[in-house]
Ligand binder design. Structure first.
Ligand code: 6PG
Length: 239
């Protein structure tokens, strides 16, 4: 099973594009990449600040990351976004991350910085913005992309995309629940490393629009590494 590289001119703004045979190969490659960047950050600065992506695509990658040797006591985990649901709700992004990864590895509990989305979007965003400020620059943000080209909880045409705070309240999200909290476009872009995980034919249309220069929210993340599986590639790009 193999991965290869597409030239990044196919995705404007991308730093690099990697095409993987399937979602399993993609998950293996990204887990390896996270472990490598963690070792690099900890060696350089003694800490690795990682923001996890939500949705379903990253689940398998998180399961694989359990088996890598990371110096977890020096890893701080954040979330790119959270759904405004009760704490512990199975549909929350932090619930998926706990089931797939965090319940199986040993970062100190104080290193797991969940978004208190149960407080409601406005209060949670204000609280999380303060928490992010104490972290400083994130070393890596993992990002998914929705079928409409959203990333984190920044949806096309949503006023939240223009808010310059570190974390922003999101209302009227088209992907339930309508109320969410997201890292802002500025915070996502300021991270040292940005990495998209995009798999499945459902993402073809959004990728095709981005390749044509449509400024969907995912396209506004600059200098990201895009990890795509073949199924997500627009037909014209499959060789
Ligand atoms: C969420 C995520 C969202 C997700 C994309 C892709 O709350 O759902 O934060 O941004 O990453 O919608 O989701 P899938 O990986 O499930 O396709």
């Amino acid at each position: 099973m193999k991965s290869n590289k597409l030239n990044s001119t196919d995705l404007p703004n991308a730093q690099a594009v990697f095409i993987h045979d399937d979602a399993e190969v993609l998950s293996t490659a990204v887990a390896r990449r996270i472990a490598a960047l963690a070792a690099e950050a900890i060696a350089a600065r003694g800490v690795f600040h990682l923001a996890l992506a939500g949705g379903e695509t990253p689940r398998r990658c998180y399961e694989k990351l359990r088996h890598h040797t990371l110096d977890w006591k020096h890893v701080h985990l954040y979330f790119g976004d959270e759904r405004c649901l009760p704490d512990g709700d199975a549909s929350r992004n932090d619930s998926m991350a706990r089931a797939a990864l965090l319940n199986h590895v040993t970062p100190p509990q104080a290193n797991i910085h969940c978004i208190p989305a149960e407080l409601g979007a406005i209060e949670a965003a204000a609280s999380y913005a303060l928490e992010l400020e104490s972290a400083g620059k994130l070393d890596m943000v993992l990002l998914g992309m929705g079928e409409d080209g959203h990333t984190a909880s920044l949806f096309p045409g949503n006023p939240a995309n223009a808010i310059m705070e570190a974390a922003v309240p999101v209302f009227n999200a088209p992907k339930p629940p309508a109320e969410r909290v997201s890292l802002s476009m500025g915070t996502l872009n300021a991270a040292r490393n940005k990495l998209f995980l995009v798999a499945g034919a459902g993402k073809r249309e959004a990728l095709e629009q981005i390749m044509r220069g449509v400024a969907l929210p995912a396209a506004q993340i600059s200098k990201a590494e895009w990890h795509l599986d073949r199924a997500a590639l627009p037909i014209t790009n499959i060789t």
